[in-house]
Design a binder for this molecule. Sequence first.
Ligand SMILES: [Zn+2]
Length: 317
Amino acid sequence: MTTSTSPLRIIYIVGAGRSGSTVLDTVLGNHPDAVSVGELSNLHRSGWVNNEFCACGEPADGCEFWNEVRNAWLNANRGADVEDYLAMQARFERFRPAAMWRTEASSLFRTAAARRYLAQTGSLYESIAAVSRRRVIVDSSKTPLRARWLARLPGVDLRLVHLVRDSRAVAWSRKKSLARDLEGGVQHDLASRPAWYSVVYWTVSNLFAARLRRRAGDRGVLVRYEDFVSDPAGELVRIGDACGLDCGGLVRALESGESFSVGHTVAGNRLRMAGQVRLKPDWDWIEQLSESDRRTCWRLSGWLMKRYDYPQQAKAA
Ligand SMILES: [Zn+2]
C-alpha cells in the first residue's frame, strides 16, 4: 500500500508506438494504488491547447480531473505557461536519434532551460498524484527520450516497462489510415505509413528503449505484447516485480473475465474511448500484411526481431 508520504513512483511504458500500450496502461491503472494517465507527453498539446476528448467523454476543458491538475500545476510553477512548456518539450523530448545521444552529455542537464523543464515536468506528476490521491502514475508516452529525463527527476522512483510488439504488427497498424473522428478518439486524419518507414522507427525506438531498460536493472522489465495478451496473469507478475506492485488483484480480475475501466486519458489509442478494455489478441497482420511488406519488415528488422524471439514464420498463438 502506498501512502501520501511514499516517494512518487512513475511506471513508464517505453518502446515504439502501436505496441499495445493502451491496454497495458489501462490494466495497470486499475491497481488501487495507481492512476493511469495515457500518453502524458501529449497532454499539453492534445488536452490544454487542442481541447481534445478525454476518455471520460468530456472535452478536456470540461473534464474536472484535468482542470484540477492544470490549476495545481500552474499554481506550483510561478510563470508556467502551456505554450512555453510545449516549446521546451519540442526541444527536449521530440524523438530524434541525435537528441537521444545528446542527452548522454550531462552538461545538457545543467542548463537553465533544462532545469525549468525538469521542474515543471516533475510538478506535473506531483499535481496528478495530489488530484488522484495516488502515488503510482502509469504513463504510456513511450518515447525513450522522455524516459531519459524522468530518470533525472529528484525524488522520483522510475520503473520502466519496455513493451515490444512484432514489427510486422506495428507496420500493419501504421499502414491503415484512419479518418478524423473526434469523439471516437481520432483527432486528426492518420496517414498510412509505408512498412519500411514504420520498421526503421520500430528499430530505433526499441534499441533506445532496451538501453534504458538495461540501465534500470531490476526496476525495468521487457514485455512482449503477444505474451501479455496470451498469458496476462504470468506477465503481470513479472511486471509487478519490476514495478513494486502486488498485481494479485489484477490477476484475479483478469481471470474472472472482468473488463478494465479507462482513466482520464486525453491522448493515446482510440481504444481508450470505449471506456473499458478487454484483452484480446490481435493477429490481423498475419492475414492482412502483404508478402512484400513482410519481406521488407524482416529484411530491415529480422536481426532485432530474433533477439526478441519472434519467428520469421509467425502464426497466431
Ligand atoms: Zn476526463
